[in-house]
Design a protein around this ligand. Structure first.
Ligand code: F6P
Length: 327
């Protein structure tokens, strides 16, 4: 494979706060190393549609604090087809691009791996960007910290009104099949119960806990329901309401506000480190890998391994702790 000389960067799948600092780091690290760099609009769709433009240091000025992604993003079905990949490859070839940095989650990485196996002359490096924190090869994905803080802010506000009215709230939070956001937000806000997809809580157990809370003179209670818990916040609330008469019951689905907002310091630094490392890894001849944070160091992991690991980082000791601290 030729030495990488021209890099394309794209964001794909659900946006995550920290993507912009990462794009900035990719662009500036590439230019510092005398590589050309282009931005691709709307993820893989832009590769197929040839929506690609040259980037300079100034194209990424003043974006560290911006949520979303200046490159836009999409979930692209066409890229799953042979025809779609072929069009994307041709567009890259015509422009002399031989390195690709993809920032996104597992769908993005699956696409990147298939593409790179089919066209190995394009070196590919993944950056884990998703609020869900559900990828192997990294302790934290980009956007997880900001999203968790956004959820905490919302929960604190809901606690105020819940307490004022002596109410029981069921709050559904994002995370796809992972309960990382739910667990961290629950610890940080003293939620009375956290329903996680990784370890289902029986409704009877939940009711028992809430009754114990009432016995212990709790004026309000909050139950966090991770979206991966297939029962959903409304159904759980309905089942509980029949048995828990002492509280007025309300349901809130936090939804997409969890994905927006200015990235935290953690995500700005993580995005910068990962973007910087992704370009350096390509320069060093690495491909079909992702960069990740392990401990406090950046390391690369083969995409295949990262996708297979899917190690959800739910620690049993944290769940045990919640049972003691939040009742
Ligand atoms: O992967 C990020 C995420 O926000 C998940 O938490 C959620 O399940 C999903 O994306 C929502 O996707 P969309 O924005 O396409 O509805």
């Amino acid at each position: 494979m030729d030495k990488v000389s021209k890099i394309a960067v794209l964001t794909s799948g659900g946006d995550a706060p920290g993507m912009n600092p990462c794009i900035r780091a990719v662009v500036r690290t590439a230019i510092y190393n005398n590589l050309e760099v282009v931005g691709v609009k709307q993820g893989y769709q832009g590769l197929i549609d040839n929506d690609i433009y040259d980037m300079s240091r100034r194209s990424v000025s003043n974006i560290l604090d911006l949520g979303g992604t200046i490159l836009k993003t999409a979930r692209c079905l066409d890229f799953r087809t042979e025809e779609g990949m072929e069009k994307a490859y041709k567009n890259l070839q015509d422009r002399g691009i031989n390195g690709l940095v993809v920032i996104g989650g597992d769908g993005t990485f699956t696409g990147a791996l298939r593409f790179s196996k089919k066209y190995p002359d394009i070196a590919v490096m993944g950056v884990p960007g998703t609020i869900d924190n559900d990828l192997g090869g990294t302790d934290y994905t980009l956007g997880f910290d900001t999203a968790t803080n956004t959820v905490i802010e919302a929960l604190d506000k809901i606690r105020d009104t819940a307490d004022a009215h002596d109410r029981l709230f069921f709050i559904e939070v994002m995370g796809r099949d992972a309960g990382c956001i739910a667990l961290r937000a629950g610890i940080s806000t003293g939620a009375e119960a956290i329903l996680l997809p990784e370890k289902e809580t029986a409704i009877e157990e939940l009711i028992e806990g809430l009754k114990a809370g009432e016995y212990n003179k709790k004026s309000s209670s909050i139950v966090i329901v991770a979206e991966g818990d297939k029962r959903g916040a409304y159904d759980v609330a309905q089942m509980v309401q029949k048995e828990v008469k002492f509280y007025d019951v309300k349901v809130t689905i936090l939804g997409h506000m969890q994905r927006g907002g200015s990235p935290t310091a953690f995500d700005r630094i993580l995005g910068s480190r990962m973007g910087f490392a992704a370009v350096n890894a390509l320069i060093n001849g690495e491909t079909q890998k992702m960069v990740g944070l392990r401990g406090n160091s950046i390391a690369t992991t083969p995409l295949e391994e990262a996708l297979n690991m899917h190690e959800f980082k739910l620690e049993d000791d944290l769940m045990e702790m919640v049972k003691i601290l939040n009742i």
